[in-house]
Ligand binder design. Structure first.
Ligand SMILES: C[S@@+](CC[C@H](N)C(=O)[O-])C[C@H]1O[C@@H](n2cnc3c(N)ncnc32)[C@H](O)[C@@H]1O
Length: 287
């Protein structure tokens, strides 16, 4: 699915093609986004950084990156910090992305007793947690009180979209007819065909802002499964390792960790062992 959030960033980028981001300011931005979000950006991504932040300068009526950074750094709690982070995240996602994970999740949920809970740690615009919700509903039914999926992200703008549960009709192309009917309502907004996640599914998902590199997480652990897909690729080894160790403590015995297909941790000294297809379980001696 083409990602709407990234698309809008690209559209804005086109408008600010004449971006001027000098080396010292680029280096500062690289440093700040790493400190605040753990995201590693190299100097080679100058154009991306420049084009994504240029609209922020425009919105504030600021003429240079130097002035923009002075504003940020002079006020550690300035609201602009969040918008700075939102601008620099990459939010690409889709329903049932890396589809092979969902039958594994279904089988795992089927095999366990008690309330099954999942944490989607980089939920972006919501397609991942809603895909998890559909999978669990098909396996476990919906007669459960309270949400069973915690969906978090650092980016407040994607979370706002996720909470609306509203998507373009084309975004659910790869769902079965049954899933479309059971889990979505159709509507037309401003002439555009849209779908909205039904309340019966939406109630299973609780959205909350959370920074994966923050010292403390206020979350209802433990979980049967943790999805941390396509976000650790933006982190360095030290933060990846730290995250894996923290996840290990938040999984129930026999729980599973799902990561993106390009994220490999088997050779890293971590408490997890590869079960197959980018799904990890806790090593026995680490439980
Ligand atoms: C490429 S999307 C992945 C979405 C989904 N997990 C998937 O695989 O389709 C990466 C997401 O990670 C989020 N992210 C980046 N740094 C983060 C951090 N430090 N804490 C929490 N989320 C973060 C971004 O905002 C973005 O929405």
């Amino acid at each position: 699915m083409p990602d709407t959030m990234n698309k809008s960033k690209v559209v804005l980028a086109d408008r600010y093609a004449q971006c001027n981001l000098p080396d010292p300011e680029l280096d500062k931005i690289i440093n700040l986004i790493y400190q605040r979000a753990g995201i590693v950006i190299t100097r080679q991504r100058r154009d991306m950084v420049c084009n994504r932040l240029a609209p922020r300068l425009r919105a504030l009526g600021v003429e240079s990156f130097h002035t923009y950074l002075k504003l940020l750094e002079s006020t550690p709690n300035h609201d602009e910090w969040q918008l700075f982070i939102n601008a620099l995240t990459t939010n690409l996602t889709s329903f049932f992305r890396e589809a092979y994970h969902f039958p594994i999740l279904a089988e795992h949920a089927r095999s366990r007793s008690g309330g099954y809970t999942v944490w989607s740690t980089a939920a972006s615009t919501g397609e991942e947690p809603y895909s998890i919700a559909m999978t669990l509903d098909e396996v476990l039914g919906s007669n459960l009180t309270g949400p069973r999926i915690l969906a978090t992200d650092i980016d407040t703008s994607v979370l706002s979209k996720a909470k609306t549960g509203t998507y373009r009709l084309n975004d659910i192309n790869n769902l079965t007819q049954e899933q479309k009917k059971k889990y979505f309502l159709r509507k037309v907004t401003a002439g555009e065909q849209q779908v909205k996640v039904r309340d019966s599914l939406q109630k299973d998902v609780h959205f909350q802002q959370l920074n994966l590199i923050a010292q403390n997480w206020d979350i209802p652990a433990p979980f049967d499964a943790i999805f941390c897909r396509n976000v650790m690729i933006y982190f360095d080894k030290a933060n990846q390792k730290r995250l894996l160790n923290r996840f290990a403590k938040l999984l129930k015995p026999g729980g599973l960790l799902f990561v993106g297909h390009s994220e490999h941790f088997n050779n890293m000294d971590s408490p997890f062992r590869l079960q197959g297809q980018s799904v990890y379980y806790l090593a026995k001696d680490k439980v």
